[in-house]
Ligand binder design. Structure first.
Ligand SMILES: *[C@@H]1O[C@H](CO)[C@@H](O)[C@H](O)[C@H]1NC(C)=O
Ligand SMILES: *[C@@H]1O[C@H](CO)[C@@H](O)[C@H](O)[C@H]1NC(C)=O
Length: 441
């Protein structure tokens, strides 16, 4: 709660900025209706569904269930203006959505799902299997389709040039991708990455962003709420020839012949010509249908009187180390890939003379603010120490901080970075020597 109140002033500015660049699209902003605390489940009455697609009461969109040779489509019901009316050029757009692919048979399911921009929401010609419900043998790769899709494909169809059975591809007018890549999740840097299995049943968030000024299309994925810095797949293309003025946005999925996967969309945010779509808070999204629990084999341990002493010793040691670990500056993988700069606790402790009382600049709404000097650079900083009472939501809070850090505004004190230690969050700002800092913090 404290966290949300703390960031209120920043959000106020953020919302104001959003307001100034009013979206130039037909009701596309409605996708954000019900967007509270990063939750935006597709709303039944906002979406036009066909095939096997259905939205349940919690807002979970199921595109296909386990039925084989099935197709599901779900499009936002109104067409969206994609081109600048005077220049005729496609405008920037940004979308983030959370999906899960559950392969209930534990085999290679299929076939995949695709974020889709199409001139029509009626893709009844779309065939199941490798065509992902978007195309068929006759119209595949026809430039009159004007369909743009980002496929999350879990079957290797070599006749369509698929690189593997777990890839993301950029498709124009057909299922042969112009560029594709095996799906990996980055952990802190471009080089530290691990394969991300699309069919693991995990909720995966995807970001697709098109910058009209550079023609750069960027795709990111993560199993976390925060948007990673590392880009999974990028492609430079002027979408003005592919997209038409007025387009429908949504999703398509298909299953194949032998085994089938369920494809779900749990939340979705989309904006045209209006900055970045919002990050979805994955723990606030609708629940997926429960999967059978694994059996845990019970372990029975007999303890004799003599070994009881050993057990006590082990517990004592474990407790000691647990405490030590608890106090440590634990960095979780998701924290590394957020930016802005994450400071170490030691560094900030040194900078503020161990958070000494003499360094206190003031008491902000939610914690003390300390003056400090970074030991290496000599930069003067102000450190705000916020105690976060629950561990829950901390990740979301940090994501907010990170997105605020990317904002530049003359009325905002520049956030240089942050640090997390247990329940304490430390926010590091530029120090403003004219004493007006407490007004901002
Ligand atoms: C899948 O959906 C169809 C149509 O809604 C339904 O008839 C079928 O029973 C469902 N299959 C499974 C396995 O849930
Ligand atoms: C592409 O589609 C258009 C419109 O449906 C059709 O007139 C044309 O013949 C198709 N082109 C090819 C090469 O199939």
């Amino acid at each position: 709660m404290a966290a949300q109140l703390l960031i209120f002033p920043f959000w106020a500015v953020f919302l104001l900025l959003l307001h100034q660049v009013k979206p130039d699209l037909d009701k596309g902003g409605e996708l954000l209706d019900g967007f509270t605390d990063g939750f935006a489940a597709p709303k039944r009455n906002n979406m036009s569904l066909s095939g096997f697609a259905a939205i349940d009461n919690s807002g979970l969109l199921c595109l296909t269930n386990q039925t084989s040779q099935a197709v599901g489509h779900a499009f936002y019901k109104n067409p969206i203006q994609f081109k600048n009316l005077s220049s005729g050029k496609v405008m920037s757009f940004s979308t983030s959505f959370a999906f899960a692919i559950i392969d209930e048979h534990g085999k290679q399911g299929g076939d995949g799902l695709a974020f889709t921009i199409s001139p029509t929401s009626d893709l009844s010609w779309g065939v199941a299997g490798p065509y992902l419900g978007l195309f068929n043998a006759t119209n595949n790769r026809n430039i009159s389709n004007h369909v743009f899709a980002v496929e999350f494909d879990t079957v290797m169809d070599s006749q369509f040039g698929d690189i593997d059975d777990n890839h993301v591809g950029i498709d124009f007018n057909g299922v042969v991708s112009n560029k594709s890549i095996g799906v990996v999740q980055f952990m802190g840097s471009n080089t530290n990455k691990a394969v991300l299995n699309l069919q693991s049943g995990k909720v995966i968030q995807a970001w697709i962003q098109y910058d009209a000024s550079t023609n750069l299309l960027e795709i990111k994925v993560s199993t976390q709420s925060a948007q990673p810095r590392s880009v999974l797949l990028n492609y430079t293309v002027d979408l003005s020839t592919i997209l038409l003025d007025s387009m429908y946005v949504g999703f398509s999925a298909s299953t194949g012949s032998s085994t089938a996967s369920s494809h779900y969309i749990l939340g979705w945010s989309f904006v045209v010509n209006n900055g970045e779509s919002k990050n979805l808070y994955l723990d606030k999204l609708p629940n997926l249908p429960s999967v059978p629990k694994q059996n845990h084999t019970g372990i029975i341990v007999g303890v004799s009187v003599s070994s009881a002493l050993v057990v006590i010793l082990v517990i004592g040691l474990a407790f000691y180390y647990f405490q030590k670990i608890q106090k440590a500056d634990v960095v979780e993988a998701w924290e590394l890939d957020i930016g802005p700069h994450r400071y170490s606790y030691k560094e900030l402790e040194k900078a503020t003379n161990g958070f000494g009382d003499k360094e206190i600049l003031g008491f902000g709404g939610f914690g003390r603010v300390y003056k400090g000097t970074l030991p290496n650079s000599g930069t003067q900083i102000a450190v705000k120490r916020v105690s976060h009472d629950s561990k829950q939501g901390l990740q979301e809070f940090v994501s907010e901080v990170a997105s605020i850090g990317r904002l530049r505004h003359r009325n905002l004190v520049q956030l240089l970075g942050w640090c997390r230690r247990q329940a304490d969050l430390l926010l590091v700002y530029e120090f403003m020597p004219n004493g007006s800092l407490d007004k901002y913090l």
